[in-house]
Design a protein around this ligand. Structure first.
Ligand code: ADP
Ligand code: ASP
Ligand code: MG
Length: 296
């Protein structure tokens, strides 16, 4: 079994989603596909939270544009027999969940700070919830999983960390019968172990979700599908002369991630390194490129 994580740009357009479909369909073994929100949507969801708190309900126009974007993607990639259902799912989450949350923020000037935080955490989880509904609908054999059912966090100082024990128990239960099929789960999102409130693993955290699943399910490999040809000597956006590093050790990758190489979220490396699971960094837009493998 293999865990394949697709980032925001990889699920951000019809073209990239069709590449994702071909990449996954080429696999012979069972796969767990972990998806990010459609590129830019997480930022939009958070910007709309700010707007709503300023009582600026033009955030609802941005929400309508996002609805349109998701519906267009569905028409472009979801298998025909599933389309109506996926369209309805997107509308349901927008109308019955996101809109009421934004209206609550916009119309309640006395909302306590911790309640605002709770609502914004619930809002931002919708990026991955919506994208995963689309990706599941692309496969005849798509099996949906809800990461909110098995990823558990606990407070840790000002932030939060994964509760490995509880997450392991729940993941093993949720993925107990994995014969074949394309299993699709959301990156990034989780729940607080004690309260059940929606939480997340931090910005860029979908890589970490994929590493956690690969580790707990004893995957043969973790593949991080993104928008560059591999782990490079520098960020190609700022260093056009950067080149792909064909092979790295976990320690080298960890050091570069800690130093700011955004291509992999830093907490991703440790769990897979512990189990010696190879990590591939590959380009959804150029799948033939050999990519980078991170090994012991
Ligand atoms: P995704 O949405 O797929 O998770 P990210 O934007 O989080 O993608 O990470 C990919 C981006 O990381 C690349 O587009 C690139 O600009 C940036 N990046 C920074 N440092 C590196 C590096 N050393 N190697 C490759 N990409 C890097
Ligand atoms: N969608 C989340 C973010 O933009 C998580 C991720 O993409 O990894 O931070
Ligand atoms: Mg990323």
């Amino acid at each position: 079994m293999k865990v394949m994580k697709f980032g925001g740009t990889s699920v951000g357009s019809i073209e990239s989603l069709l590449n994702l479909r071909d990449i996954v369909n080429a696999e012979q073994q069972p796969v767990v596909v972990v998806v990010s929100a459609m590129g830019g949507f997480t930022n939009q969801l958070l910007a709309m939270c700010e707007q709503a708190q300023q009582r600026d309900i033009s955030c609802l126009d941005t929400l309508e544009a996002a609805r349109q974007r998701h519906h267009e993607a569905i028409d472009g990639v979801v298998i025909e027999s599933m389309r109506d259902q996926v369209h309805a799912t997107i509308d349901r989450f927008i109308d019955e969940s996101l809109k009421p949350y934004y209206l609550a923020l916009a119309t309640n000037p006395h909302m306590p700070v911790d309640e605002i935080e709770r609502v914004c955490d619930a809002i931002v989880a919708h990026g991955e919830i919506l994208s995963s509904a689309i990706v599941t609908g692309m496969f005849e054999e798509g099996v949906p999983h809800l990461s909110l059912n098995f990823m558990r966090t606990v407070p840790d100082g000002a932030g939060r960390v994964l509760d490995w024990q509880e997450t392991e128990r729940l993941v093993k239960d949720d993925f107990a019968s994995m014969d074949g099929g394309v299993h699709v789960a959301q990156g990034f999102i989780s729940r607080d172990k004690a309260t059940g409130a929606v939480t997340n693993l931090g910005r860029g955290g979908s890589d970490y979700t994929a590493a956690i699943l690969a580790t707990l399910l004893d995957a043969e490999a973790l593949e991080i599908w993104t928008d560059v040809d591999g782990f490079m000597t520098a960020d190609p956006r700022t260093h056009p002369d950067a080149t792909v590093i064909p092979q790295m050790t976990y320690e080298q990758a960890q050091a570069m991630c800690d130093a700011g190489a955004k291509v992999i979220y830093p907490p991703t490396i440790a769990p897979v390194a512990m189990k010696r699971i190879p990590v591939w960094v590959k380009n959804t837009f150029n799948p033939q490129a050999p990519g980078t493998v991170i090994v012991n």
